[in-house]
Design a protein around this ligand. Structure first.
Ligand SMILES: [Zn+2]
Ligand SMILES: [Zn+2]
Length: 241
């Protein structure tokens, strides 16, 4: 086991680069820019409440510290520059995302809904019609648990493989996790090609937010909800608020 701090720094740099460049590119598409404007309008109303702003701030701080601890303590053991065939990148990315989503499904369903942390999770469920900022309107305890489940998926896959993940596989999996968790809360009403699937992703999570008794517990794919019978059809959303 080696502590590859350089690979860890490249991992962090890749995440930051996509976070900065991604939106700049994506919102050149007029339909998406229009959706962003609608989300911003609805977010502004939510953020005008002091208690809402405070909750978002505390949550972001909790996420940041969870990341810092993981970056310093575990990440350098989990990533390396070792080259591998293209298919193995695909397997690594898929394994991280599917293992995380399975653990998250169980946690979300049996800890946050039918379990002791229902009240903690109720904060996030105040958003009945989620928009972009609601991805951050989460109790810090929930964020530490949810984010940790994703972060430990990286060493779990490294242990299964018997070697650190390739740094690019790990970065792509992390970017997909971060983005999908945010995107699924946004308001998107573009039910035509090429935005149909994007609209679907937001619709199924909006169905989860209708009240606290709705399914769709997984966050990256609806695979486990379909397997365990908790899948709910997406809701259609004519307006953002
Ligand atoms: Zn929930
Ligand atoms: Zn949500």
């Amino acid at each position: 086991m080696t502590y590859d701090w350089l690979a860890a720094i490249v991992f962090i740099a890749l995440n930051i680069a996509v976070m900065k460049l991604g939106p700049w590119l994506v919102f050149k598409v007029p339909a998406l820019a229009q959706m962003r404007a609608l989300n911003r309008e609805a977010d502004k109303v939510k953020m005008s409440r002091q208690s809402y702003r405070d909750a978002v701030k505390v949550n972001m701080r909790a996420g940041m510290w969870t990341n810092y601890v993981f970056y310093a303590a575990l990440l350098p053991f989990c990533v390396s520059f070792d080259a591998r065939p293209l298919w193995q990148h695909g397997v690594e990315i898929l394994a991280v995302l599917l293992i995380f989503d399975f653990m998250y499904y169980l946690t979300h369903r049996f800890l946050f809904h039918d379990g002791p942390l229902r009240k903690v999770h109720a904060l996030h469920h105040q958003a009945r019609k989620p928009t972009h900022i609601d991805a951050q309107y989460v109790h810090p305890i929930e964020t530490v648990i949810g984010l940790s489940l994703f972060l430990v998926s990286l060493p779990i896959v490294a242990l299964i493989e018997g070697a650190p993940l390739n740094v690019f596989s790990a970065a792509i999996a992390t970017i997909l996790f971060t983005q999908l968790n945010t995107i699924n809360h946004t308001y998107v009403n573009l039910p035509y090609f090429p935005f149909k699937h994007l609209t679907y992703i937001t619709g199924v999570h909006a169905a989860h937010h209708v009240d606290m008794n709705h399914g769709n517990y997984a966050t990256l794919t609806m695979l486990y909800d379909r397997i365990f019978g908790t899948y709910e059809a997406p809701v259609s959303r004519p307006t953002a608020s």
